[in-house]
Write a protein that binds this ligand. Structure first.
Ligand code: NAD
Length: 491
């Protein structure tokens, strides 16, 4: 396999993939594009720049592989998933390094993603046994009616750059475990971490050729390649993780092509701190929830609603914890806050903070940066005039807004007044009160006494409203299988 890594220091070794993976083989393209380290703009790799031809080849390969994969015994598929899980763990060092240089990921978050991914693969190893059906009553004499669960066929996935490693596993593993074959188009920001590493691991684990295919493309060239997925009759489902803006465009195309589409999108995730909360617990949930991966995770906490009586003391403790987060090169294991992914993200942070400050918001901590490494920033007293952007929209960076509220009702109604509904969290000394409140949130996920980020691979994560639809964990059987009715009638 060719490897054209050009970084001065070898960020990779001979097994690092930079080409498309189609029909079980590494395939090059005449063109390549450079990916760069968000910390210092050094070149990480030269990646194959594919287009519609490569996309068509990947669709064909997945379609050819489908019948054999769908009928493979669950026990055989299980062995492959378990082997892949072991390989993920065995390659920890390589994965940590690539995630750092490609996506600015801290060692802590990379190791979190590795553990999450191995766990997902081991859970999914058993999901081949889940698609069972029903024997149904019939009004026709002598008839047996059966409802069977069948895989759909080829599922085409789009992966994001942010939780690049574990979310690409989610995009691949959920359809695969239920008998579908897969092709994915990783984000051009981090194609090795968001798909090519996965192809390498699945290849080495012995997955049959064509079962998973990965096609990469140059920046801004996603659409021509993606259009092939919508046009191909063999592709039976689109599986998208990314922003609501891109999702709107792709959902319109899926509608025109009459293909189902699973959407895992962004959020504006609230953390509500009740008057009986333990403040240290609340601060810990806030710091992890808001600033892990420098605020570039869909489930990061974007806004805190706190009882007015706790507000001032909470801000003092929060600022102390936030200021202590180590910033810099994510290859240093001590570092928690690495660089933002690109200059667009830096500009978005700066513009929105400046707008809020101009209108009267108070900076509690942060609002400074070294290149793209932005200090975690907490704003309080954000006036209603600034709420339209900073208090409603997902700012994909280490920015948190804190608001004092006089009652639980006020917190709930304000938290609901956003277009998103991904994850919410409540910190309270009274679990029953928390559970009662959890029922009132219009969100796909509500955690009581942990952060908005407290997801697990086997649990059903997913959103409502502009945060999308579809659920992960074994609940994905609803998205990636269909019911077939079969009857037999004795003559
Ligand atoms: P994005 O929407 O820019 O990109 C996602 C994918 O769509 C990438 O593969 C990209 O190449 C592709 N894409 C972009 N424009 C396209 C086009 N015109 N045609 C076809 N494909 C196109 O999102 P991103 O910046 O990579 O990821 C960050 C966003 O994703 C945030 O909003 C975040 O909240 C969300 N997200 C959600 C979840 C979740 O599980 N709910 C997880 C991770 C990220």
């Amino acid at each position: 396999m060719p490897s054209t890594i050009t970084n001065n220091a070898p960020v990779t070794n001979q097994i690092d993939p930079v080409d498309h993976y189609i029909a079980g083989r590494w395939q090059s393209s005449p063109d390549r594009f450079a990916t760069t380290n968000p910390l210092d703009d050094s070149v990480v790799a030269h990646i194959a720049a594919g287009g519609p031809d490569e996309a068509r080849a990947a669709v064909d390969a997945a379609a050819q592989a489908f019948p054999a994969w769908a009928s493979m015994l669950p026990v055989e598929r299980q062995r492959l998933f378990l082997h892949a899980a072991d390989l993920v763990e065995a390659r920890t060092e390589q994965i940590v390094r690539i995630l750092a240089v490609e996506a600015g990921t801290s060692t802590a978050f990379a190791k979190f993603q590795i553990a999450w991914s191995a766990n997902l693969l081991r859970q999914a190893a058993g999901w081949g046994y889940l698609p069972y059906g029903d024997l149904l009553p019939s009004d026709t004499p002598g008839r047996f009616a059966m409802a069977m669960r069948k895989p759909l066929g080829v599922v085409a996935g789009f992966t994001p750059w942010n939780g690049a490693f574990n979310l690409a596993w989610r995009t691949i593993v959920l359809p695969l475990a239920f008998g579908n074959t897969v092709l994915i188009k990783p984000s051009e920001e981090a194609p090795i971490s968001a798909g090519l590493l996965h192809a390498q691991i699945l290849h080495d684990a012995g997955f049959p050729a064509g079962v998973v295919n990965v096609v990469t493309h140059a920046p801004g060239q996603a659409a021509p390649l993606a259009d092939v997925f919508f046009e191909s009759p063999a592709v039976r489902c689109i599986n998208f993780t990314g922003s609501a803006t891109t999702a709107r465009m792709l959902a319109a195309k899926a509608g025109a092509a009459l293909k189902p589409i699973v959407l895992e999108l962004g959020g504006y995730n609230p953390l509500v701190i009740l008057d009986d909360a333990d403040l240290d617990q609340a601060v810990d949930a806030t710091v992890f929830g808001a600033f892990f991966h420098q605020g570039q995770i869909c489930m990061n906490t974007r806004k805190v609603y706190i009882d007015a009586q706790l507000h001032d003391e909470y801000l003092v403790r929060l600022a102390a914890k936030t200021d202590a987060l180590v910033r810099g090169n994510p290859l240093d294991p001590e570092v928690i806050i690495g660089p933002l992914i690109n200059d667009r993200a830096v500009t978005q942070m700066e513009t929105r903070i400046q707008d809020a400050v101009d209108k009267g918001a108070r900076v509690i901590s942060g609002n400074q940066r070294d290149q793209r490494v932005f200090a975690p920033t907490v704003l309080a007293d954000v006036p209603p005039t600034a709420v339209a952007t900073i208090g409603q929209e997902e700012t994909f960076g280490p920015l948190l807004v804190v608001e004092a509220v006089d009652s639980v009702e006020q917190a709930v109604s304000r938290a609901q007044a956003v277009p998103y509904g991904l994850s919410a969290a409540i910190v309270t000394g009274d679990e029953e009160r928390g559970l009662d409140l959890a029922r009132r949130f219009d969100a796909g996920i509500v955690h009581v006494n942990s952060s908005t980020m407290a997801g697990e691979p086997a649990l059903p994560n997913g959103g409502v409203k502009d945060s999308g639809w579809g659920r992960s964990g074994h609940y994905a059987i609803e998205d990636f299988t269909e019911i077939r009715l079969v009857t037999t009638t004795h003559g």
